[in-house]
Structures are given as structure tokens and as C-alpha cells.
Design a binder for this molecule. Structure first.
Ligand SMILES: Nc1ncnc2c1ncn2[C@@H]1O[C@H](COP(=O)(O)OP(=O)(O)O)[C@@H](O)[C@H]1O
Ligand SMILES: [Mg+2]
Length: 298
């Protein structure tokens, strides 16, 4: 069996997966997405990885796990994503599926899909127009989180609860041609839940407790083990399914008055913090999911 992983060299997640596949007797091949090369309309059309000698035909892989899509220009991102689509069409099992990755990368698309499936997600307004954004700020109660559409790790998102600050923030964003993604601020106790879904089951979960409203581990929050109730478990599974993720990290926040909201679904979920408070070896579970069958979602 040939398993490829798109990741940067030495990344913690890559090393975890490499070791997990090793335990199953499989040597994985690592590729870096910026080194992909597509040969089209030639004697042997193929996708090869430029960093390897010879033609490493990626479409001959049994599975390709996507662990990293670094930032790039619009052209670079479109090429990389379309290359993944073409690989999938050529018969390679790509995880997560490119369509799901595209949906989760765009916070607007994720929010919209969650809401359209009737899943609770905070009221959100997305626009390219600064005046409309000012109106949206008021409509959302004058206390919002402004998020980068393609952000992660809690980076670049700001809470704005003052109209003058809103005006200045929107002006700056407009100058750089950003889309305004405004989400109602949900008052919570500086904690949320990260649920790791694999196939049709919840594999692990943690409570993340921060010292402020951003509860990403990357923002200094600390992970604690948590027992999910039935509602939270079902909510996470439905959220992952709404986006079409084979595996996902689902962020769920509970408001001060007890309402539950899905904040986002991560299509390339990390599990370094989660692993510290989980008894199950997450990389082992992912590896056997890929090898033994992808029950549940595909
Ligand atoms: N609408 C909101 N109200 C209150 N806190 C929020 C809201 N949205 C995000 N947060 C906090 O910020 C963190 C990061 O937000 P999230 O939407 O998950 O983006 P990222 O992709 O950067 O993790 C969340 O885990 C949560 O703690
Ligand atoms: Mg998040």
C-alpha cells in the first residue's frame, strides 16, 4: 500500500502519522504541496512531486493525506486545490477531500453550510462593503468578532465593541481589499470545546480554557479532558458531516446562558494539544481509518 502525506518536513503531525503507519508496516511518502508538478497532455499525463528523482506518480498512491496547504497567491492556491481535485478524479483517495478542505478554509462557506443544515452557529454577516459592514456591526448588537476569512489559530481576529474602532478597523480592512466577516460576540467563560471527529465517530475531545475570549491553544489556552454530553457529540458529528469532512476538528462554544454554537469546522485539524489529554492515540486511529476502510463518510 502506498500512502502519501502532504506536509512540511519535521512537522509534529507528519512525524506522528509516519510513526503510526510504520506500526502498521507501511512506509509513507512525504510530499510538499508547493513541489507538485502536473504533466498534462503528454505521453503519460501525471502528477509528480518535483523534489523526488524520477516520476513519483501521485495518482498511483492509495491515499494522500493533506496536512498542509501553506498560504500563497490566488494562483498558487487555485493550482494546488485543483491539482488535488484532479488527483481525486484520477482515483486517489484524498483526505480530507479537496471539496471539504475548500469549504472549511472559507469561514463564510462553513458558517453558511452549518446554518443551512439547521446547526446552531453565531449570527454572522459577510460583506465587501464598508458601509454595509458598519450597519452589520449595529445589527449584530455592536459587539462582534471580525475574523479573517481564511484565518486559523485565532490569529488576526479582533473583538470590536465600539463604533469608532469599528469604523477604523473596517477602513483599514477595505484598503487591503479584505472581505468583512462579522460574527456576533458570544459571551462565554473563556473556554470552548474542541471535538475531533473521525469518520462517523467522535475520537477525542478537550475543553480549552484561556485567559481571554480566544481559546485556541496557540493563543495560550490550556487543554483539559472533557466528557461530551449526547447533544455535543451529535452536534460535532452533524457539523463534520454538513461540511463533508472525513476527519475534522469542530469548535463548540457554550454561551453564558447555556446556548451551544458551532464556531467552526477545521478540515486540516491539528491534535497536538488534544493528544496530551487523550488516552487514544489519534495518529494510530487516523492511520487505521485510512488503511482499513473509511467507514461512515465515503
Ligand atoms: N463569535 C465569537 N464569540 C466569542 N468568541 C469567539 C467567537 N468566535 C471565535 N471566538 C473565539 O476565538 C477562537 C477562534 O475562533 P475560530 O472561529 O475557531 O477561528 P480559528 O480558525 O482562528 O480558530 C474560538 O475558539 C473562540 O474561543
Ligand atoms: Mg478554531
Amino acid at each position: 500500500m502506498r500512502i502519501g502525506i502532504l506536509a512540511s518536513a519535521g512537522s509534529w503531525h507528519y512525524l506522528q502519522l509516519e510513526a503510526a503507519f510504520e506500526r502498521l508496516g507501511i512506509t509513507v511518502e512525504r510530499y510538499y504541496i508547493t513541489e507538485l508538478m502536473a504533466k498534462v497532455g503528454m505521453s503519460s499525463s501525471s502528477f509528480v512531486s518535483g523534489s523526488f528523482a524520477g516520476d513519483e506518480r501521485l495518482e498511483d498512491l492509495d491515499a494522500l493525506i493533506v496536512r498542509s496547504i501553506p498560504a500563497g497567491s490566488l494562483e498558487q492556491i487555485v493550482f494546488r486545490m485543483n491539482a488535488l481535485h484532479c488527483l481525486e478524479q484520477a482515483g486517489t483517495f484524498v483526505m480530507n477531500q479537496p471539496l471539504a478542505i475548500e469549504k472549511t478554509v472559507d469561514k463564510f462557506y462553513t458558517s453558511s453550510l452549518l446554518a443551512s443544515q439547521g446547526l446552531p452557529t453565531p449570527p454572522t454577516i459577510v460583506t465587501e462593503n464598508r458601509d454595509a459592514a458598519m450597519e452589520a456591526f449595529q445589527e449584530l448588537g455592536g459587539d462582534v468578532v471580525v475574523k479573517p476569512l481564511f484565518g486559523s489559530l485565532g490569529r488576526g481576529m479582533v473583538r470590536v465593541d465600539n463604533p469608532d474602532v469599528a469604523y477604523r478597523v473596517f477602513q483599514a480592512l477595505e484598503m487591503n481589499h479584505y472581505v468583512f466577516y462579522l460574527q456576533k460576540f458570544i459571551h462565554h467563560e473563556n473556554k470552548d470545546i474542541r471535538v475531533f471527529v473521525l469518520g462517523d465517530r467522535v475520537l477525542a475531545a478537550m475543553e480549552r480554557r484561556g485567559s481571554a475570549w480566544k481559546t485556541n491553544i496557540a493563543q495560550g489556552a490550556v487543554a483539559y479532558p472533557v466528557e461530551l454530553d449526547d447533544y455535543q457529540e451529535k452536534l460535532a458529528l452533524k457539523a463534520a458531516r454538513a461540511i463533508g469532512c472525513l476527519y475534522a476538528g469542530v469548535d463548540i462554544v457554550r454561551s453564558r446562558d447555556g446556548e451551544m454554537f458551532v464556531l467552526e469546522v477545521n478540515g486540516i485539524p491539528g491534535w497536538e494539544g488534544l493528544q496530551k489529554v487523550s488516552s487514544v492515540n489519534i495518529a494510530d486511529e487516523i492511520a487505521s481509518f485510512v488503511v482499513k476502510g473509511r467507514e461512515g463518510c465515503c
